[in-house]
Ligand binder design. Structure first.
Ligand code: MLC
Ligand code: AMP
Length: 439
């Protein structure tokens, strides 16, 4: 038994085959990610909130050789086994399921599959502005370079302990937080999801925390957040959405800690960060990280002067080579001299700090999750009696932006009630994409 191949290696998947994973956060889910990397397989994480239609698209597009799914998604996978998915396993929020059972009875013979820097390590889907999602192809070079840079830039030390409350299916929780800890070889306190009370309890015995701005506004809403609770903490990092200067100031006033804001993307990993030593400037995302070239250009592609607003473009070992099976899209998103167009709009200060002032892409960021208005509009427009709709983000005290829909009925028809619109969308879209208001 010991001499038979370890579980993933024994499934007969070839290096480069995709393994789609739609599960709740658990230590088993993290081990599965690491196992895929070592087995030469391409990890394809999917938000556990995605519904059947959303998952179907990803599976058709990525054609994974194996799927590991949360129990509620298993019934959706039936049609795909006929389309070539050879292995389907379950893994629940407690880290139990057919995947773990099968793995437990497999052998232990395993040799890490050697991969080149340009080989694919993961595919992460990011929504497209015009409709379907694009699979961002992330290579081993992308992951390794960004991990090394962040680990050094944020000054990880031997006894650091990170409080992990982010989801595992996106760049922030999976790559940024876990890679820093793994590079450091130290511990993290691993929670299924964000919880302000639990975070405060853990701050007393930890040193590092990473979160989206909503985590910080929720911490500020808790009376327990004070200097004493954070006395042993050395680093608070925020990203994935803009951190209000006000949140930065309130957090400092309550705790004495200055949050480090950084900026990144699924396609590029982390791009800029406020410095560990040196000024952490609220309202800015800091300085380009070592090895990443960041420029702000005008409409003709010329570099903007300090203070001038333009399009943010980036280049570096952390930037993806392209989108999965979308050569056209890949060409569109890169300039002739190899810079990636982020779709973000910003300006550099004279001393090199980048501020993001807007986005040229039509995107709502709610609680750190991206929602593409077009996708929600298309789903609302299918509701009988609807002529058309417009989906926008409006400021929200908890989520930063709230998805909000304006619905126009067909002539002669009555406008659907807000509850009808939500009920229509619920089985079709992940819960964070549902409008908080629809009228
Ligand atoms: C949950 N809900 C949301 C939401 N999350 N609505 C809008 N935006 C969100 N982000 C919905 C739920 O479905 C529920 O609806 C209602 O809001 C209340 O749920 P909750 O219990 O308050 O939500 P909670 O489980 O606490 O989740 C909120 C959250 C979570 C902020 C903790 O969304 C989260 O962990 N966000 C982090 C996202 C992230 O990791 N982003 C990084 C992407 S990487 P109802 O109707 O059912 O009650 C990236 C690159 C980079 O962007 O630079 O990092
Ligand atoms: P995603 O596609 O989920 O990786 O989201 C990436 C986008 O999140 C970026 O293109 C930015 O628009 C936004 N983003 C990430 N970090 C920040 C930040 N610190 N401030 C403002 N926007 C950010």
């Amino acid at each position: 038994m010991r001499d038979s191949p370890a579980f993933l290696a024994g499934l007969g998947l070839a290096p480069g085959d995709r393994v789609a994973v739609q599960v709740e956060k658990s230590p088993a889910a993290l081990f599965l990610y690491l196992a895929c990397l070592r087995a030469g397989l391409v990890f394809l994480p999917l938000n556990s909130a995605y519904q059947e239609g959303e998952v179907a698209y990803f599976l058709e597009n990525a054609e994974p050789g194996a799927v590991i799914a949360q129990p509620r998604s298993l019934p959706w996978l039936e049609p795909f086994t006929r389309l070539g998915i050879r292995h389907v396993f379950s893994l629940d929020a407690d880290g139990k399921g057919t995947f773990v059972e099968a793995a437990a009875s497999a052998g232990t013979r395993f040799e890490t599959v050697s991969r080149r820097a340009d080989d694919l390590a993961a595919i992460l889907y990011t929504s497209g502005t015009t409709g379907r999602s694009k699979g961002a192809m992330i290579t081993h070079r992308n992951l390794a370079s960004n991990a090394a840079v962040l680990h050094a830039y944020w000054g990880f030390v031997a006894d650091d302990v990170l409080v992990h409350m982010l989801p595992l299916f996106h760049v922030h929780g999976l790559f940024v937080a876990c890679h820093c800890v793994l590079m450091n070889g130290t511990a993290m306190r691993f929670h299924a999801k964000f919880d302000a009370r639990r975070a405060l309890e853990d701050f007393g015995r930890s040193t590092v925390f990473m979160g989206v701005p909503t985590f910080y506004t929720r911490l500020l809403a808790d009376d327990g957040l004070d200097r004493r609770a954070c006395a042993g903490m050395r680093l608070f990092v925020s990203g994935s959405a803009p951190l209000l200067s006000e949140t930065h100031a309130d957090f400092e006033a309550r705790t004495g800690q200055r949050i480090i804001e950084r900026y990144g993307m699924t396609e590029t990993g982390m791009l800029t960060s406020n410095p560990l030593d040196g000024e952490r400037r609220p309202g800015t995302v800091g300085l380009p990280l070592p090895g990443t070239s960041v420029r702000v250009v005008d409409e003709s592609g010329q570099a903007c002067a300090a203070g001038e607003i333009g399009a943010i473009q980036v280049k570096g070992d952390n930037v993806l080579p392209g989108y999965w099976r979308m050569p056209e899209k890949t060409r569109e998103e890169f300039t002739a001299d190899g810079y990636f167009r982020t779709g973000d709009v910003g300006a550099f200060s004279a001393d090199g700090y980048l501020s993001i002032v807007g986005r040229s892409k039509d995107l709502i960021i709610t609680g750190g999750y991206n929602v593409y208005p077009k996708e929600v509009e298309l789903a609302i427009d299918e509701l009988p009696g609807v002529q058309e709709s417009a989906v926008v983000g409006v400021p929200h005290p908890d989520f930063g932006e709230a998805v909000t829909a304006v619905v126009v009925p067909r002539s002669g028809a009555q406008a659907p009630a807000e509850s009808e619109v939500i009920a229509w969308l619920k089985p079709r879209l992940a819960n964070f994409k549902l409008p908080k208001r629809a009228s």
